[in-house]
Design a protein around this ligand. Structure first.
Ligand code: AMP
Ligand code: GLY
Length: 445
């Protein structure tokens, strides 16, 4: 088989790496890929959202299966466009992808399907939102937290946890009046703040059969001890000892299955990966959000734990034969740690000039290549441009999150040790990473 992976981050590196190990696959391509993906796939310079370019490539290069990594092409309808031309592709089509693309759609579906989630209100104007906030604070204490969410995609910045009424009103001003995220803030969801341990529960589904992946836990804040600004994710580990043994089953039965069935009732099967961000509250798991793809960096911890071939699962979804595919996990744990660029995340807000923070040479990569207990997945890397074709092509930074080092081992402590031993070998100017990934569960392992 010839497989194309769409995307160019750490999640796509892990996908391409795993797919390239399959005996069913003789060639992997990645659009656009990055300097690390180039070691397991042929990278082609087509943007993940250039759907016409991707279709052309797939036709001329006789690709048997395309696998979509990020949400943007899914929400833009890449799957619908491929299927209209009879091209096999893995991922949900445009309507089901609204589970991630629209918080209003997702919350409304959760409510109608009886999925446990925070109480919420949808507001379509700033006036309505200010009224909603005033009503809420007339019945609760001033300092009570309230969550304000832009309806549309906002580069991971569209969720604001307000520490009281004034803060909540400021969030509405930014989203709906200053329109900092444009039309993504035309509608907002205002919801109650849940308290508890968060976890990422992902599954693969053909619309009928649901195969859960191992549970994982992301670390969204930039600095140790969950301090500092929110990021795309600074590290993850799997499985998660602090979760009760039945958490995954509960999340599948109460959250993921009802969502997949509710989507099917709308007339479109949900095919692909589905990601439920959950909060373990005293009332049991509640759904915080859905994503229509795998998590990043969670994937970089989960896929190294998958012992069986991933390709029969992907093909099983496309052909509706997922029930026949085998899933086998290796024993032990995986911990992945993200190395980020100087200034990440604030200096990397959309629209900011980051050129002075990028292009920095990454040292120490070759020493890690032979190790099996420590794998480097690249996120924001590229090759330094050189006019001399004989020069060794140096790998340099090209994004806020630069790479992930995943350690695997017989238990969480060994896995974390392997990840940090690997990270010790890598260096670039301004590099920073969290030193406490998996710490919340380490005392239990
Ligand atoms: P999202 O963009 O929906 O992933 O939300 C980003 C983060 O905001 C989540 O990972 C949670 O940590 C937090 N969050 C979102 N909704 C809630 C909520 N209702 N209660 C508490 N935290 C929340
Ligand atoms: N790690 C969180 C996400 O991928 O949305």
């Amino acid at each position: 088989m010839r497989v194309l992976v769409i995307g160019g981050g750490g999640r796509e590196h892990a996908l391409a790496w795993k797919i390239s190990q399959s005996p069913l696959v003789n060639k992997v391509f990645c659009a656009p890929g990055n300097a690390g993906i180039a070691r397991v796939a042929e990278c082609v310079p087509i943007k993940a959202t250039d759907i016409d370019g991707l279709i052309d490539f797939v036709k001329t290069n006789r690709i048997d299966l395309t696998v979509v990594g990020p949400e943007a092409p899914l929400i833009a309808g890449v799957v619908d466009r491929f299927e209209a031309q009879g091209l096999p592709i893995f991922g949900p089509s445009k309507d089901p992808a609204k589970l991630e693309g629209s918080k209003v759609f997702a919350k409304t579906l959760m409510e109608s399907a009886g999925i446990p989630t925070a109480d919420f209100w949808v507001c379509t104007s700033a006036h309505e939102a200010f009224n909603c906030i005033r009503n809420y604070y007339s019945a609760v204490e001033q300092g009570t937290r309230l969550v304000i969410k832009a309806d549309g995609l906002a580069a991971g910045k569209g969720v604001i946890i307000a520490n009281g009424e004034a803060d909540a009103n400021r969030a509405i001003e930014r989203l709906m009046q200053s329109r900092v995220f444009g039309s993504a803030g035309d509608q907002v969801v205002i919801e109650e703040c849940l308290v508890g341990e968060e976890a990422s529960i992902m599954a693969i589904t053909d619309g009928n059969v649901i195969v859960p992946l191992l549970p994982s836990q992301d670390h969204k804040r930039a600095y140790d001890g969950d301090q500092g600004p929110n990021t795309g994710g600074m590290g993850a580990y799997c499985p998660v000892p602090i979760l009760a043994h039945d958490t995954v089953d509960l999340a599948v039965e109460k959250i993921i299955r009802p969502a997949v069935l509710a989507i099917r009732d709308l007339g479109i099967p949900y095919r692909g990966f589905i990601y439920a961000g959950i909060m373990l509250t005293e009332q049991g798991p509640q759904c915080i959000e859905f994503n229509c793809r795998l998590g990043d960096p969670e994937t970089q911890a989960i896929l190294p734990m998958l012992e069986s071939d991933i390709v029969p699962l992907l093909v099983g979804v496309v052909e509706g034969t997922l029930d026949q595919a085998e899933v086998r996990w290796r024993p032990g744990s995986a911990v992945c740690v993200v190395a980020a660029s100087e200034g990440y995340p604030d200096a990397f807000d959309p629209g900011k000039d980051t050129s002075h923070l990028l292009g920095r040479e990454i040292h120490g990569l070759p020493a890690l290549e032979e190790r099996e207990d420590c794998i480097v997945f690249h996120s924001g890397t590229t090759f330094r441009e050189s006019s001399d074709p004989t020069e060794v092509r140096n790998v340099v930074t090209s994004g806020g999150r630069v790479l992930t080092v995943t350690g695997v081992g017989e238990d969480l402590l060994t896995a974390a040790g392997n990840a940090y031993l690997g990270m010790d070998q890598i260096h670039f100017d301004g590099m920073h990473y969290r030193k406490d990934i998996a710490a919340r569960s380490l005392h239990l392992s």
